[in-house]
Design a protein around this ligand. Sequence first.
Ligand SMILES: Nc1ncnc2c1ncn2[C@@H]1O[C@H](COP(=O)(O)OP(=O)(O)O)[C@@H](O)[C@H]1O
Ligand SMILES: [Mg+2]
Length: 287
Amino acid sequence: MSGTGVTGKVGQAARGGKLATADSTAAPRIQVEGITYQYRPARGRSVVALQDVSLAVGSQEFVALLGPSGCGKSTLLYLIGGFLPIEAGSITVAGKPVTGPGPDRGIVFQHFALFPWKTVMGNVLYGLERQGLPREQRRRQAKTFIEMVGLGGFEDSYPAQLSGGMKQRAAIARTLAFDPDILLMDEPFGALDAQTRSLIQAELLAIWAKTRKTVIFVTHDVQEAVYLAQRVVVMSARPGTVKAVVSTDFDKDDKALLRAPQFTAKVDEIWRLVHDEALKVHSGKTR
Ligand SMILES: Nc1ncnc2c1ncn2[C@@H]1O[C@H](COP(=O)(O)OP(=O)(O)O)[C@@H](O)[C@H]1O
Ligand SMILES: [Mg+2]
């Protein structure tokens, strides 16, 4: 385990070559440099959502973005996903500037975006269509993903017949079917009850162990971030900046991890960082 407390801003860590990746000499998969983003709605006030954010994420790395509500977590994810225009700063994926959405980046939202008129199988098959596989192979592949997320037996169910947790699993299976190198997840388990959530978290870790995708996982739940990620990026209150980057590279296979003293100490440490920021939001001390 390399959990060594707060390691400073990711930009610095990256420049110092201390990226927590499987191969630390590899160039980062995702490089965010000096991103500032301002919303300018036609009505209402302009909001600087992000201010000079730099972040490097390695291949196969699992990073959590954590911070108080409104600090720009979703904005940063959408910028990486190519859903918002980059105005100041740069974002590259595998060395190429992001100019729009692409099949290399799959996104999973809090509110599952399944086609209600398609079955679980139909939804997952949709993700596979792009790859031009023969029909039989497509069905086999789809079944593999459905089983991977624990939905075996529900291939013919429609979204309306599934619980929230099952819908979110189906949405993850569909995103996996596109086979993106990068999974961008925006509070995907936020709407689930505690039990379902802990089951699906364990499943996500198992999927990550199998597929080794690069994952950026947005959450405002400290325990979730520490449990899932290898590094947690703590963001400040609006305008969002990177406040700290904390290594959370625990042995996720350890069944007793959630009760281990080093785990709970890490949760406390990060909780304090986030709490300070949340207080600023509450007392209106943000710009
Ligand atoms: N479409 C929008 N138009 C104007 N302001 C927005 C819009 N979306 C988000 N914002 C503002 O940008 C800030 C960051 O939003 P967001 O990225 O959704 O935060 P988070 O995901 O951390 O809760 C918020 O404080 C919000 O006021
Ligand atoms: Mg959000």
